[in-house]
Write a protein that binds this ligand. Structure first.
Ligand code: ZN
Length: 238
């Protein structure tokens, strides 16, 4: 009963997807027809860059913690797609990763948030990489789910060292105080949304996502969901 009510609310919100955004999605799918990013065969319409065989073979991870949603385990080929996006500039991978995250969200069937907030990069890291991979993924996940993203709403004020190689306690203290809401307009937009989802590419201990959640709850946002494309085991090197 509750689930069907949630799905009706989600569907009604989906109708709010503007005609312009629907048209831009259709145009994108027409100009860049989906192609499997793993084997090169035709992808799955309207815009999933995977064939049905490669899609079925992904390391799915739908066994969820209530507080955290992840689509896949950080294993081949998902780990390669994410590494290529982050370290080799394969920005085109954001489309398939965003769509896979959207599928995991739809499969879970929870009430959808009203705004997506990608984990921000520090300006110096953003300068090096040229783009924020979490924002790129959020853009496509949001387009698929009909949810806008606010990629300037939270700023990373400390350039934290890489979490790789740190234990769980070190990871928590490494990110503490790293994020702030980016001023009055951002605060207003977040509060008006009321229910947001934070998006990251990979999570290991969940420290970064948990810190983002703390900052947003402290800012008065009533509900903060945590979504990541992939979940890495704790001993895993990214
Ligand atoms: Zn394929």
């Amino acid at each position: 009963m509750f689930n069907s009510a949630v799905s009706i609310v989600n569907r009604l919100r989906g109708v709010q997807l503007t005609a312009a955004r629907g048209l831009s999605r259709l145009l994108g799918a027409t100009l860049f027809p989906p192609r499997c990013c793993l084997c090169g065969f035709a992808g799955t319409p309207p815009d999933l860059d995977l064939c049905q065989i490669c899609h079925a073979d992904l390391p799915w991870d739908y066994a969820q913690l209530p507080s955290l949603l992840t689509a896949m385990r950080f294993e081949p080929p998902a780990d390669d797609l994410i590494r290529q996006l982050k370290y080799a500039g394969a920005i085109e991978n954001a489309r398939v990763l965003g769509e896979l995250l959207a599928q995991a969200v739809r499969a879970r069937g929870d009430l959808l948030p009203r705004l997506l907030v990608p984990v921000p990069l520090h300006d110096s890291r953003l300068g090096e990489r040229g783009f924020n991979q979490a924002a790129a993924i959020a853009r496509y996940a949001g387009r698929s789910l009909g949810i806008p993203q606010a990629w300037h709403a939270v700023r990373r004020v400390r350039d934290t060292p890489s979490q790789t190689g740190l234990g769980i306690d070190e990871r928590h203290s490494n990110v503490r105080g790293a994020f702030v809401v980016a001023g009055g307009r951002a605060m207003k937009r977040l509060r008006e949304a009321g229910h947001v989802a934070v998006i990251d590419d990979v999570t290991t201990t969940g420290s970064t996502l948990a810190e983002m959640k703390c900052v947003l709850l402290a800012a008065g946002i009533s509900r903060v969901d945590l979504w990541a494309v992939a979940r890495a085991p704790r001993h895993h090197a990214r």
